[in-house]
Design a protein around this ligand. Structure first.
Ligand SMILES: [Zn+2]
Length: 220
């Protein structure tokens, strides 16, 4: 049996997520269980490996369509996007006791179509032919939580469609404006940009990523 520096091989250890493997490892450790996705294209964010909380609404009925769109909740992003978020989460956790909580990550083309079939209205859903940054794996829907996991007050819930969710609306309580400002500043610090109509949506436009139809596996 080979031992790597400071890290004993353990057959009972959980799945090795690629995010846990340092990029500069001289000899990458072999995953004990084969990952079920192409790590040159995607990285998976799991709470276990990153501390980032997940509440993937489209994998439940708790979203604006009241229907389950994703077969199961998994959060995939283009590697550059995922790495930036993991780093940011570590930083804000250490410094402020805050964590990121994600509502949506990469959204496969077929799921975008499913959303469009339910709500064929461009004010709510991007037409599948056009595709969105979520379909490229370059966007996230995110909020901040405190050390107890409680969401900071952002004025509206996720996927609230209306002026109260707009980022150029300053007719909101001081606390809400402050929290939104903090979220925006943190995301901009790592190169993400927001949009006018949704305080929770940010994307990384400097990275290349094509629209994709790849859909993750779900447990049987
Ligand atoms: Zn979004």
């Amino acid at each position: 049996m080979i031992f790597y520096s400071g890290c004993k091989q353990d057959q009972s250890a959980p799945v090795v997520n690629d995010l846990a493997i340092p990029n500069d490892s001289i000899e990458p450790r072999k995953p004990r269980i084969k990952l079920d996705y192409d790590t040159s294209q995607w990285l998976e964010i799991t709470t276990e490996h990153t501390g980032i909380l997940l509440d993937l609404r489209y994998a439940s009925e708790n979203n604006f369509t009241n229907q389950k769109i994703y077969d199961c909740p998994r959060c995939f992003l283009r590697p550059a996007v995922a790495k930036k978020l993991v780093q940011l989460n570590r930083g804000i956790n250490t410094r402020y006791g805050l964590s990121l909580k994600l509502f949506d990550c990469y959204r496969p083309g077929p799921y975008q179509q499913k959303l469009w079939d339910i709500k064929p209205d461009p004010s709510y859903v991007t037409p599948p032919a056009k595709g969105s940054m979520h379909n490229k794996g370059l966007a996230i829907d995110v909020t901040l939580v405190d050390e107890k996991g409680k969401e900071l007050n952002m004025g509206t819930g996720y996927d609230f469609f209306g002026e109260a969710a707009h980022t150029d609306n300053f007719d909101l309580p001081e606390e809400v404006l402050r929290n939104r400002k903090v979220l925006k500043a943190m995301m901009e610090e790592i190169g993400f940009k927001g949009i006018r109509t949704e305080w929770w949506h940010f994307s990384l436009r400097e990275v290349q990523g094509e629209l994709s139809d790849w859909t993750w596996n779900c447990p049987d």
